[in-house]
Design a protein around this ligand. Structure first.
Ligand code: ADP
Length: 666
């Protein structure tokens, strides 16, 4: 029968060690193998075979069971148990031992295949090839495993394995390396000893749940590093399943996520502190909130101290755990006391330079004891600098339970300090402004009051002269006297305006409500201004309902508002028309004064309402004024529960609208 050619070996130059004491048989087999492309080395005894296995490192051993010196099974056992040769496949080829029991015994001792003589060359070559292929696959797996192991060793990750029940059963070098916990102490659940006490229970529960559910385990917690610092670690573990869906083992990995967590904490802190500072203009009231937020994010204790005339003063402090001041908080306070020349805040206030102590443990001297009593492991103190001046100091301190501060943290705390300093500075400026404003109001009130008395005397005596009480006046004297009276009355109005302005500012202006008809009031006010308008050659229009528009308000003040608006309209209009209209709309009385005058540029629309503010314009300079009119007008309108708004465009005129609430109908 024509036999097909044996297949070529899977690996070129694969070396087979052929062990057989029966020379003719060995020769025949070696020939078959050589023809199939293998290289072959022969051995006739067990000892020789073991020697050649070591010196030649064959890819496969073909082994006769019946040898003169050693039993073939024994040769196999020795090959398989020696670490250098254990992976070499062994294939029995036996003429004598052909029973199934022999086969089982051979395979049990670690052989990879068992053939009995006589064997067909095809079958022999195919079997050798199959074993070599299997070995190649095995080697590839081993190589990739080795790569994986060296990768794991090279990363900062802590890789570990656990039993199906979630118990650590073998020593985990990466864990021991990170935590310093001896390998035998971490076995079972022993590793929990390195978990931060506050995270202990949660981690234990989550891991137990994952084991029960055979589901992926992920968690973040604080893990004690070998130097005692607690680091934030993220852990992820998955169950590796066997063929039947049972858990073969758990493989897990811890990574140090402290830097990421810190970055996140800072991000949140910046947002929170911004909100806290913005909540009030009076900084001292916002500073405790700032200190608290620093503690929440990354400290066990935080203090804000401000530079004052007498020295540094602690205006805010917060500590972890909150609640009433703990003994530990007091110890922190003492270690960082503002009056203690060796303390960080004192130093920082003096030099303006930040202080960063990443690890206070090795510290010596006076401070060391105070720091140790407060359990401070790491601290940071930065100057609050505004407009080039140190206005205070911000200090954060952490014990063993928190990651230590780095240069990165120092830079961020300085940035945060910059914001706090700006707020402190703004608050001081604001307080000064309030104070100055109150002083100005006071001055105006006193001043106007004092001016009014002599002015009233001037007006009074002018009236007497005019009445001819002291003798008849000639025409020229009468004319000059009338100018004195006009000037004096104008001055009196200005003084009244200033007085009223100070009363409004101080909240002392009183409202006298009465039922009145706004239509009649508007007509009266218009009648006063109309001659001025006509005198300037302007058209003057009054559009007021014939029937009464009833409101309940302070008539004197409304009269003053309407007069102010109408006189401004005439003052700032040189041609065209001035008009006033009144209507009742949506429960409001709406009074509008329009003109076709010079108008107001958009950039000035807000400014005109400010006290003492005038837009630099020819009519203003010509006619004069205090720049108080519109400020008083708006304040009066608001005092009456209404408001005034303006619409205007340069060259197109202005429209001022007064809105006053009307009593509900019925
Ligand atoms: P005063 O009239 O005493 O200057 P006001 O407070 O009454 O002060 O007005 C402030 C400024 O608003 C005026 O100086 C003027 O520039 C502008 N203004 C007010 N009313 C008008 C108007 N009807 N048309 C154009 N500008 C006006």
């Amino acid at each position: 029968m024509n036999q097909p050619e044996p297949r070529a070996p899977v690996r070129r130059h694969a070396l087979v060690l052929n062990v057989d004491d029966y020379e003719a048989g060995r020769y025949a087999t070696s020939r078959v193998l050589r023809q199939a492309g293998f290289e072959v080395v022969d051995a006739a005894t067990g000892e020789e075979a073991l020697r050649l296995v070591r010196s030649e490192e064959p890819d496969l051993v073909l082994l006769d069971v019946n040898l003169p010196d050693l039993d073939g099974f024994e040769v196999c056992r020795r090959i398989k148990t020696a670490p250098e040769t254990g992976t070499i496949p062994v294939l029995y080829l036996s003429a004598a031992y052909r029973t199934p029991e022999h086969r089982v015994q051979g395979l049990d001792l670690g052989a990879d295949g068992y053939l009995t003589q006589p064997v067909e060359p095809r079958e022999l070559v195919a079997t050798v090839n199959a074993l070599l292929r299997a070995r190649e696959v095995e080697e590839a797996v081993r190589a990739s495993e080795e790569r994986f192991r060296s990768l794991v060793a090279a990363t900062s990750a802590i890789v570990w394995t656990a039993s199906p029940e979630g118990l650590i059963e073998t020593e985990q070098p990466a864990w021991t390396e990170f935590t310093g916990q001896p390998g035998d102490e971490m076995l079972g659940w022993g590793w929990l000893a390195c978990v931060h006490p506050d995270d202990h229970e949660r981690v234990r529960r989550e891991w137990a749940n994952a084991i029960a559910a055979r589901a992926q385990f992920t968690a973040e917690y604080r893990l004690r590093r070998r130097d005692g610092e607690y680091r934030h670690v993220g852990v992820s573990a998955i169950p590796l399943l066997d063929g039947d869906g049972g858990v073969r083992e758990w493989v897990g990995m811890h990574t140090d996520v402290t830097a990421r967590r810190r970055a996140e904490a800072w991000q949140g802190l910046f947002a929170d502190v911004g909100a806290a500072l913005a909540s009030s203009l009076e900084t001292p009231s916002t500073l405790p909130g700032v200190a608290q937020r620093v503690v929440d994010a990354l400290a066990d204790w935080c203090a804000v101290d401000l530079v004052e005339a007498e020295g540094l003063r602690r205006v805010a402090q917060a500590w972890s755990g909150g609640g009433p001041r703990t003994e530990r908080a007091a110890a922190f306070d003492a270690a960082f006391a503002v009056e203690r020349p060796a303390s960080a805040p004192f130093q920082v206030a003096r030099t303006g330079q930040p202080v960063l102590v990443a690890d206070a443990a090795p510290a010596q001297g006076e401070m060391a004891e105070a720091l140790r009593r407060a359990g401070v492991r790491s601290y940071l103190s930065v100057a609050l600098v505004a407009r080039g001046q140190v206005v205070g100091v911000l200090t954060a301190a952490a014990g063993d339970g928190l990651p230590r501060y780095t240069a990165d943290d120092a830079a961020r705390l300085e940035e945060l300090g910059g914001r706090v300093a700006l707020a402190v500075d703004n608050a001081r400026l604001y307080a000064e402004a309030i104070h100055a404003n109150a002083a100005k109001g006071e001055f105006l009130a006193v001043m106007s009051h004092e001016l009014r008395t002599p002015l009233n005397a001037i007006i009074g005596y002018a009236d007497l002269l005019d009445a001819g009480v002291a003798g008849e006046l000639n025409d020229a004297q009468r004319e000059q006297l009338s100018r004195i009276r006009v000037g004096s009355k104008h001055l009196l109005r200005l003084i009244e305006e200033v007085l009223q302005f100070s009363r409004l500012e101080a909240g002392r202006e009183e409202v006298h409500r009465e039922a009145l008809d706004l239509a009649g009031l508007t007509r009266d006010a218009a009648a006063l201004v109309e001659p001025l308008a006509r005198g300037k050659g302007l058209a003057f229009r009054v559009e007021v309902p014939a029937e009464p528009v009833r409101v309940e308000t302070d008539g004197g003040k409304v009269h003053q508002i309407v007069l102010n608006l109408l006189s401004n309209a005439v003052k700032f209009t040189d041609g065209g028309e001035v008009s006033v209209s009144l209507a009742a709309r949506n429960g409001h009385a709406v009074l509008q004064v329009r003109d076709t005058g010079i108008g107001i540029a958009p950039e000035n629309l807000e400014r005109i309402w400010d006290a003492f503010s005038q837009v630099e314009q020819a009519p203003t300079r010509r006619v004069g004024g205090t720049g108080l009119g519109l400020s008083v007008t708006r304040n009066l309108a608001r005092l009456l529960g209404g408001d005034v708004v303006v619409e205007s465009a340069p060259g197109r005129g202005s429209a001022f609208t007064l809105r006053l609430p009307m009593p509900a109908a019925g």
